[in-house]
Design a protein around this ligand. Structure first.
Ligand SMILES: [Zn+2]
Length: 96
C-alpha cells in the first residue's frame, strides 16, 4: 500500500536525520563532559553559573541575530572566557 510505504520511508528518513544531527552535545566549556540538549548554550550547571549580564547577552544575540552572527560569537566567547577562568580559579590555577 502506497501510504504505508511512504510512511515507512518517511520514518526511515527521520531516523537518518536524527542520527546526522544528534539532539545532544557535549558542553562547550573546556574540561566539562556533561551532555546537554543541542539548542542550549552550555550544560545547565555552566549556564546557571553565568552572571546575569553575560547570560542575557548570549540570549539576546541568539534571539535577535542568531547563532552565526558576530554578536552571538562575541557574547559566547565572553561567557566561555568567564566560565573557563572561574573553573581555573576553582582549582587554584589562575593566580597560583
Ligand atoms: Zn558544562
Amino acid at each position: 500500500m502506497a501510504d504505508t510505504d511512504h510512511a515507512a520511508r518517511l520514518s526511515e528518513r527521520q531516523a537518518q536525520l536524527a542520527a546526522d544531527r544528534p539532539s545532544e552535545r557535549e558542553c562547550r566549556i573546556a574540561g566539562c563532559t556533561t551532555r546537554h540538549r543541542r539548542h542550549l548554550f552550555a550544560c545547565r550547571a555552566h549556564w546557571r553559573a553565568l552572571p546575569f549580564h553575560l547570560r542575557d547577552a548570549v540570549f539576546a544575540a541568539y534571539r535577535t541575530e542568531g547563532v552565526l552572527s558576530n554578536a552571538y560569537l562575541q557574547a559566547a566567547e565572553n561567557a566561555e572566557a568567564y566560565l573557563e577562568n572561574r573553573d581555573a580559579e576553582d582549582v587554584g590555577e589562575v593566580f597560583a
